[in-house]
Structure formats: structure tokens, C-alpha cells
Design a protein around this ligand. Structure first.
Ligand code: SF4
Length: 165
């Protein structure tokens, strides 16, 4: 797995895995098909709630969002306050070329799906290939108004437009 490759190559020692709560899945999505009818609810139990558990006890966290990824991220600041926590976005002003250059310089592996046309990777049912010229995140929830899973609020306002990884 790409994740394991990164852990080994970077020598990471405190990688934590958070999953949806069994009771949330049993109550809200027992058939595992919620993504077909209500993607906001599906993302809520699978991403928003687990991340909230993961952040418990922390005063700050770091996201990898970049302004070039989508129109809804084009005004992203380097620092935000989110639910009383500082959120740091150190890559906010990086371009796609900056990322490739950095990865090359430091011999970091790129995600194997990027070369197959998936510049932004989410859950399998909600991620499609992106055509040349499209926003890198255009393949996420394609055909829906939703642009974020809900772990990041949109830049302006608190409404979920949708509010990702
Ligand atoms: S991205 Fe799709 S499958 Fe994944 S949690 Fe959200 S709605 Fe569910």
C-alpha cells in the first residue's frame, strides 16, 4: 500500500488509523450503500466523525490542501481557526509543479493512481478520472453540487458547499 510505503520510507512512528464507528454504520448505513442516496450523511459518519475523534486533545492540525486544487479552495489561507483549533495549511500556495519538483528532489513516491488520471483521490464510489483542463478535484462526487467531504469547511462562510481530503 502507498500508505505503508510512505511510513517505511519516511520512518513515521505514530501513524494512527481511525475508522467509522460500528454503531454509526449499523444505524445509518447497514447496507453500505448510503453513498448512493446521501453522500453528505455518508461522509459524515465515515470522515467527519472519525476525524473529530482523532483530533480530540489536539489544539492544532495540519492539512494538505492547496489553492490550485479547486475554485472553492482558491482563497485558502495558510492559517485558519476551525472549531476552536488552529488549522495550518503549509502547502496553500504551492502549485502542482511545486509538488512534483519537491517530490522529485526528495525522492518521494507519488500515489500510483495519479498517473492513471486521478489527481485527487477519495473513496472509490465517489472518485472518477479527471480530464485535462479540469480542476484537480473535478472527479470527486462528479455530477453533484458537493465539493468537499465535510472535514474542511469552505473558505467563505460555514455552510457546507459541501464543505475533504
Ligand atoms: S466519499 Fe463517498 S463513499 Fe466516501 S464517505 Fe463520502 S459519500 Fe461515502
Amino acid at each position: 500500500l502507498y500508505r505503508d510505503q510512505l511510513i517505511e520510507q519516511l520512518g513515521l512512528t505514530d501513524v494512527r488509523t481511525f475508522k467509522p464507528a460500528r454503531e454509526d454504520l449499523a444505524e445509518t448505513d447497514p447496507a453500505g450503500m448510503l453513498w448512493m442516496s446521501d453522500t453528505d450523511a455518508c461522509c459524515h459518519i465515515r470522515k467527519v466523525v472519525p476525524l473529530a475523534r482523532a483530533l480530540t486533545g489536539f489544539e492544532a492540525w495540519i492539512s494538505g490542501r492547496k489553492r490550485f486544487q479547486s475554485k472553492t479552495r482558491s482563497a485558502l489561507d495558510a492559517f485558519e481557526i476551525d472549531e476552536g483549533r488552529v488549522k495550518v495549511n503549509p502547502l496553500a500556495d504551492w502549485t502542482a509543479a511545486d509538488i512534483l519538483d519537491y517530490a522529485k528532489t526528495h525522492e518521494l513516491p507519488t500515489h500510483p493512481l495519479v498517473a492513471q488520471g486521478y489527481p485527487s483521490i477519495g473513496c472509490m464510489p465517489c472518485t472518477s478520472k479527471v480530464a485535462p483542463g479540469e480542476d484537480p478535484r473535478a472527479g470527486r462526487w462528479r455530477g453533484q453540487d458537493k465539493t468537499e467531504c465535510g472535514i474542511h469547511w469552505p473558505i467563505h462562510g460555514k455552510e457546507i458547499d459541501g464543505s475533504g481530503i
